[in-house]
Design a protein around this ligand. Structure first.
Ligand code: 6GU
Length: 252
């Protein structure tokens, strides 16, 4: 996967490129990340990238010419890539969108700044618009990094074991089960006995049920359109029956 980022703050991406799993994925050439400075495509002596909005109002708008030039440059180098504008007005980014984007050979991530970008660039030069949540950032750069991080870890080879991405939350459709490591007893709380038992079937079942309980308590919305096994449903019915019995006991 080839990520090209169009930004007026290319240096913001150095932390992402150096460290962690994304850094290692670049090293091992599973992905590449190339930040390109939109300012390099400004034609004037001052390398101007913004201007006052027509119609008046506060703030500045990113000029169309340098952005258009930068996008055309990136597209020429990666004609198969999908061009995405990061904006709070975009489609909400989630794991499903991340999976979809992981299928492209390249992504061109256009980061807006100031009060926005000229509408004509948005209309004619981007394939889709993405938002990472319902809040306003000062620019698309942090959002682009979120997209790069989430998509990268879905590219085969980037995670140590190919297994990890298939088991995580939102891919199983459930929140993750609780994890424990040594020591067995920490500040008076013990690791659940079943995890020490060596009984892999029992451990798998305990984890699945812990995931279900967590998801019901924290994110019940995730379970509405999620395929559940008959085992899951039996477990939840038993839980429901136990809760009902307790309530009845207290009401009599
Ligand atoms: Cl993609 N950009 C900006 N500026 N703010 C955001 C966002 C993007 N996603 C959520 N808030």
């Amino acid at each position: 996967m080839k990520f090209t980022v169009l930004t007026i703050f290319p240096e913001m991406f150095s932390a992402l490129l150096r460290g962690g799993i994304v850094g290692r994925a670049i090293e091992h050439q599973h992905i590449s990340v190339e930040p390109i400075n939109i300012r390099d495509f400004a034609k004037d002596r001052h390398r101007t990238v913004d201007d006052r909005p027509y119609g008046g109002g506060c703030g500045m708008v990113m000029k169309p010419e340098p952005m258009a030039e930068a996008i055309r440059h990136a597209r020429k180098k990666d004609p198969e890539a999908c061009t995405l504008l990061l904006t709070p007005q975009g489609q909400l980014f989630n794991q499903r969108v991340a999976q979809e984007l992981a299928g492209y050979p390249g992504l061109i991530l256009v980061c807006g700044r100031y009060e926005g970008i000229d509408e004509r660039v948005r209309e004619h030069l981007v394939d889709n618009e993405l938002s990472i949540g319902d809040y306003v950032l000062t620019g698309g750069e942090l959002a682009a990094m979120v997209v790069i991080d989430a998509v990268s870890r879905l590219i085969p080879g980037t995670l140590g074991s190919e297994h990890s991405a298939q088991e995580d939350s939102f891919s199983t459709g459930l929140l993750e089960y609780p994890q424990y490591t040594r020591p067995r007893s920490f500040e008076g709380t013990n690791v659940p006995e079943v995890l020490l038992s060596g009984d892999h079937g029992a451990i798998r079942q305990w984890r699945r049920q812990a995931s279900l309980v967590r998801t019901v308590l924290k994110r019940p919305d995730l379970l509405m359109d999620q395929p559940l096994t008959t085992g899951d449903l039996e477990f939840m019915k038993k839980l429901q029956q136990d809760i009902k019995t307790i309530i009845e006991k207290h009401c009599e």
